[in-house]
Design a protein around this ligand. Structure first.
Ligand code: RFL
Length: 404
């Protein structure tokens, strides 16, 4: 049977179809549900997978304020931890920045993303929210009209068509929302030319700070997640497989780049997860195409260097929730009309700081010559020296580091 002959179940229309149950989709779903808006979340993954997917961990003060405002922050207040210090380790020595006491005085809340997603999901279900797991959105149709629809497929290959007044594309960078945009939609893309091996270790944090090590052999990073689990990053040769090195070799390299000989060895433990991340970023512009609106990673992808992605996702979901509420309950589309421009302002600000941070942590690879890379290393050293010595620079860093 060809695809066009495949029977499709037609679902009853809803006000808002939300594609994806990550931080963006689940915050939005909770907001709409609480406001009495009829919505359904369509999620490709299983419930089990969703609750276990480890990603972000550092939530900005504004994210916590948003979650508080909507009664979504109980879990993170119960078991998250305030975090306001980072430590730079360089060949010239190490220094700490208590960013929670600098700049705007804001600190992070460390709370693993899978815990946040689990909390948001449980709240949504407890409030009677509708969600379809194991349901992949294939495409969004007729977004330029007032009755857009989404075709879906379940794991048995059964297809369905859902109709709605609006579709919220919260399905990440490889989702159906992005694929369904008109061909003339701009996708601004930047590749920082750096790859990270991201590691999740079953080991307690090795320092009471975010650790950024700038070593001649490349960057290494340390970020607490829970008292038992720590995230590490290693700058990695692009094209080399994530499993190319043994655990022993990875820990030895982490020790070397993080200066274990001078500052003490890292707490080692089994590596629970390895993943490769090219430090690339992009921005979709505009974020609205008729009845289809993009939020979170679907709208813009950030390199993980400055931990902004989940925070932007929550912010955009709140903005979108308010705009949809106005449109659906009062016929006021001012918020939807301004949605793209409003979010893009935040997105470009986050992209700018992420790019700055990426350049701070790595000497950009110089494809031309060794002299180029010597020059880049000099610039990087100077940036670090300024951050170490200038209070103005430190305040600027702190404000941007926690700002979304
Ligand atoms: P998500 O979390 O990717 O959720 C999208 C959901 O959509 C589903 N999906 C589909 N569903 C139906 N049909 C389809 N066709 C679908 N295609 C996809 C997926 O299964 C998924 O459930 O996007 P969202 O909600 O926009 O949230 C974005 C954040 O997840 C992301 O930006 C952050 O994780 C980025 N990030 C960090 N952000 C921070 O703010 N602070 C951090 O400390 C931080 N650390 C990180 C990070 C990202 C990392 N990785 C994995 C790149 C650390 C890492 C290692």
């Amino acid at each position: 049977m060809t695809e066009s002959q495949t029977p499709r179940a037609l679902r009853a229309p809803v006000d808002v179809l939300v594609l994806g149950a990550g931080p963006a989709g689940l915050v939005l779903g909770n907001l709409l549900l609480t406001a009495g808006i009829d919505c359904v979340i369509l999620e490709r993954a299983s419930r089990t997978h969703l609750r276990a997917r480890a990603r972000a961990g550092f939530l900005a003060p504004n994210t916590v304020r948003i979650l508080d405002r909507h009664g979504l922050a109980d879990g993170l207040h119960r078991s998250g931890a305030r975090h306001g210090t980072c430590e730079f380790r360089t060949p010239e020595g190490r220094f700490r920045l208590d960013y929670g006491a600098l700049g705007s005085g804001g600190a992070h809340h460390v709370y693993p993303q899978q815990n946040l997603v689990t909390d948001l999901l449980e709240l949504y279900l407890r409030r009677g929210g509708r969600i379809r797991f194991d349901t992949e959105a294939l495409a969004v149709h007729d977004a330029d009209g007032t009755r857009p629809s989404v075709t879906t497929r379940d794991p048995d290959g059964r297809r369905a068509r859902w109709t709605a007044r609006y579709v919220a594309g919260c399905d990440g960078r490889h989702g159906a929302a992005r694929r369904s945009l008109p061909p003339d939609t701009a996708r601004h893309h930047l590749d920082h030319g750096v790859t990270w091996l991201g590691l999740l270790a079953e080991a307690p944090p090795s320092l009471d700070a975010v650790g950024y090590a700038l070593h001649d052999r490349g960057f290494a990073g340390h970020m607490a997640r829970t008292p038992q689990v720590t995230r590490y990053y290693l700058q990695w040769q692009r094209g080399t497989a994530a499993d190319a090195w043994s655990e022993q070799r990875i820990w030895d390299e982490l020790d070397l780049r993080m200066g274990a000989a001078d500052h003490g060895p890292l707490h080692r433990g089994p590596l629970l997860e390895r993943g490769l991340f090219d430090l690339t970023c992009d921005v979709i512009e505009p974020l609205r195409h008729g009845s289809l609106l993009l939020a979170g990673d679907a709208a813009s992808l950030l390199a993980p260097a400055a931990a902004k992605g989940a925070n932007l996702a929550v912010l955009e979901a709140e903005i979108l929730g308010g705009a949809l509420l106005d449109a659906l309950t009062r016929g006021d589309t001012t918020g939807l009309d301004a949605y793209s421009e409003r979010c893009l302002e935040h997105i470009w600000r986050a992209q700018e700081f992420t790019g700055w941070m990426t350049r701070l942590l790595h000497s950009a690879p110089a494809p031309d010559s060794g002299a180029g890379s010597f020059f880049q290393a000099g610039l990087r050293r100077s940036r670090i020296a300024s951050l170490r010595t200038s209070r103005v620079h430190q305040d600027w860093f702190a404000e941007n580091y926690v700002g979304v």
